[in-house]
Design a binder for this molecule. Structure first.
Ligand code: UDP
Ligand code: MG
Length: 341
């Protein structure tokens, strides 16, 4: 056995080296860009991105635009770019499925050794991509994630609630979610495969990235304002997104409602004893209607609150159990891209 290995090894290595030299395969970088009504930003994005492609000639590129059911001429713009650049691929959703679904569709259909996701509005500057790739190549990390060091240009109320949200979710969940983290990141193939494997329907990527672990390098940069167009996130949308994050990655609200129930039960036992003893000692003057109503309303409110929390979890279980696709595409640039996934 040993003898065989000794003989085989050099031959095998020689074969590999020759193969590598002759048909040297460049590593491929896939970049996913979710776009929702981004007709104004796309030309700027294309220009910036192309500079990076020209700079990094030692890599192959694949740029996947995911049109998330835009209502403006984003798709036409994407098609124009596909004609212009050889590395562009795209898929266009049948309706607006949200950025999470768009990222999922991109990950699922990406073929690169490294996969990045970035916004179309240049808030995630393509120009730092070479640095990010260098970190993955030279150091022992599986992904490079980005983080804003400030929230310049954001409404103060929004930053305030964002901070509260990050504090809260890190206290109550397993997933390590970093304040100021953006969705902009570059990952190795292995990590992307795991993310696609996480088939949950209600997706909260910031949580998923944190939950699956792996070694992440945090790259910091100053917040940039949008190149063109406007933000797709209203306060209400962000609020719903944060509830998604909490319910998906923590069961603490459920415990909380049980604890609230236990505390209320305890308090009411004390109150009952007090009332009975008072009646036995002092007789029963008809009194206390107001306080009775207060207690009834209070308990009713607590019960509804608890039920509401349970409803959040049950509703999500219901949606997950239907196993509906994450996205449906109406159009794709090539047949290798799955239309339903
Ligand atoms: N986006 C999307 N679907 C949506 C909302 C947003 O694909 O339903 C995309 C959008 O086109 C952009 C990225 O997600 O490329 C980030 O959106 P935006 O810039 O509005 O968010 P912000 O940077 O303000 O957090
Ligand atoms: Mg933006």
């Amino acid at each position: 056995m040993i003898v065989k290995e000794m003989i085989m090894k050099p031959v095998k290595n020689w074969g590999n080296n020759m193969f590598d030299k002759l048909f040297e395969r460049k590593k491929k970088i896939s970049v996913i860009v979710p776009c929702y009504n981004e007709q104004e930003s796309l030309p700027f994005f294309d220009e910036e991105f192309h500079k990076v492609v020209e700079q990094m000639t030692q890599y192959d590129f694949e740029l996947i635009y995911v049109d998330d059911g835009s209502r403006d001429s984003t798709l036409e713009e994407i098609k124009r770019l596909e004609q212009k650049r050889v590395y562009v691929r795209y898929l266009s959703f049948s309706r607006n499925f949200g950025k999470e679904a768009a990222m999922y569709a991109g990950f699922k259909n990406s073929t690169g050794d490294y996969v990045a996701v970035m916004d179309a509005d240049l808030q995630d500057p393509p120009s730092i991509l070479p640095d990010m790739v260098a970190i993955l190549e030279e150091q022992d990390f599986d992904s490079v994630a980005t983080r804003r060091v400030n929230r310049k240009g954001e409404p103060p109320i929004r930053s305030f609630f964002a901070r509260v949200f990050y504090k809260l979710i890190n206290k109550i969940s397993d997933a390590d979610i970093v304040d100021g983290a953006r969705d902009y990141r570059l990952m190795k193939r292995e990590m992307v495969d795991v993310i696609v494997e996480m088939g949950e329907r209600n997706r909260f990527s910031k949580g998923i990235f944190g939950w699956i672990g792996f070694r992440t390098y945090w790259y910091q940069y100053e917040n940039k304002e949008r190149a063109a167009g406007e933000t797709k996130w209203s306060f209400w949308k962000l609020f719903k997104y944060s509830i998604e994050g909490i319910v998906n990655f923590s069961q603490v609200p459920l415990y909380l409602s049980s604890w609230l129930g236990i505390i209320c039960t305890g308090l009411s036992v004390i109150a009952i004893i007090f009332i009975v003893v008072r009646k036995l000692i002092m007789g029963d003057p008809v009194q206390g209607w107001a306080s009775t109503i207060c207690v009834v309303i209070f308990i009713g409110g607590v019960q509804l609150f608890g039920l509401g929390i349970m409803g959040q979890y049950v509703g999500r279980t219901y949606l997950e159990s239907k196993r509906r696709p994450h996205y449906i595409a109406r159009e794709t640039s090539d047949d290798k891209i799955e239309k339903i996934g």
